[in-house]
Ligand binder design. Structure first.
Ligand SMILES: [Zn+2]
Length: 350
């Protein structure tokens, strides 16, 4: 179904009161796991003059509260450790099981999402890139968007990607250029991606160390507080590199090193990871083998969908991305019948 019709059909099903019936029927026949994927929750999904990656805003505070209320009332929210326990003891999941996840580790997760999760007595998994925690430094891809939005240079010239563009005059048009650039960037290996971003910083004199506050990652103290209140913390690598695009030794070091750091800083055992970026080109058989070898027990991709949890899916679980365009009716319909109403995520997002 074309994406444009999904919200319309979702609102129609919602108004017609069909969702409870659909949820009941689906729960009888399928025992799969819905894993929701969020990045950022902010006061607004379209803050005026916002010059970071707007596509990483998953929901407003108000929308997130409505989503968590619905989840609490009509689904079976679970924790990763409960799911792992059930898989490893051959027990099935409850009907309409759901996990809530966040990728990257933005500090709005602590400031705005965490209090709402507590309000509803819910737990969520926060997949964080450990190299960014406590650094105050924005994530490289987000910083790249910021530079393209704010550069005073006339042109964006990147011969390695065959790009020579006049930078657009409006913020909206700059955002579109940044999105196109991020898509092309995925063709490079991790080293070349980082070199390109650092090269632009130097050429344009835009230093990441002087970044404004609204793109800040969480601190270890914030993560410790969340962990102490029942939130789960997992790995999203060290430097948010696409793991399949790193030399093998560095890939293994990111997978195992991020786990060690999290366990040292937070105590306890870290059992889950989400692949940075997360699309089909962000991880491969070698990555999955390294994840198993390091002692993780589950891992998430950023590929859209739902799957029955078993040996074949537990190290590349698909997820349902929550997007800023979703109203409550669409969210409820997506959670009820993901096959019909899931948003096709742009793969660079994870
Ligand atoms: Zn990410």
């Amino acid at each position: 179904m074309p994406v444009g019709r999904r919200p319309l059909l979702a609102r129609w099903c919602h108004r017609a009161g069909m969702l409870p019936l659909l949820r009941g029927l689906r729960g009888l026949t399928r025992h799969d796991l819905r894993v929701l994927a969020y990045h950022r929750v902010l006061e607004s999904v379209d803050p005026p003059g916002f010059d970071f990656d707007v596509e990483l805003i998953s929901a407003s505070v108000e929308a997130f509260r409505g989503q968590m209320a619905y989840l609490r009332r009509h689904f079976s929210p679970m924790r990763f450790d409960e799911v792992v326990e059930r898989i490893e003891h051959g027990r099935s999941l409850p009907r309409n099981a759901v996990l809530v996840t966040f990728d990257d580790g933005y500090d709005d997760n602590y400031r705005l999402a965490f209090p709402i999760l507590r309000e509803f007595g819910l737990s969520a998994m926060f997949f964080v890139s450990t190299g960014h925690i406590d650094s105050g430094r924005p994530f490289a891809f987000d910083w790249l968007v910021h530079m393209v939005c704010r550069s005073t240079a006339g042109r964006l010239q990147l011969p390695e990607l065959d790009i020579d563009w006049a930078l657009a005059p409006t913020l909206d048009a700059r955002r579109a250029q940044a999105a196109a650039l991020l898509d092309r960037l995925k063709s490079l290996d991790a080293e070349a991606q980082n070199a390109l971003i650092v090269g632009l910083e130097e050429r344009w004199g835009m230093r990441r160390a002087e970044a404004p506050a609204d793109c800040r990652p969480m601190s270890w103290d914030q993560l410790r507080e969340m962990h102490a209140h029942g939130m789960e913390i997992g790995s999203h690598g060290i430097d948010h590199n696409m793991l399949s695009k790193l030399p093998r030794e560095r890939m293994v070091a990111e997978v195992a090193g991020s786990k060690r750091t999290l366990e040292r800083e937070l105590g306890g055992t870290v059992s889950a990871l989400s692949y940075p970026v997360g699309g089909p080109d962000a991880y491969d058989g070698d990555t999955i083998a390294a994840v198993r070898e390091a002692g993780y027990r589950m891992a998430c991709s950023y590929i859209g969908g739902v799957a029955a949890v078993g040996e074949s899916s537990r190290f590349a679980l698909p997820r349902l991305s929550v997007e800023r365009q979703m109203d409550q009716a669409w969210f409820e319909a997506m959670l009820t019948a993901p096959e019909v109403f899931a948003y096709s995520p742009r793969l660079r997002n994870g």
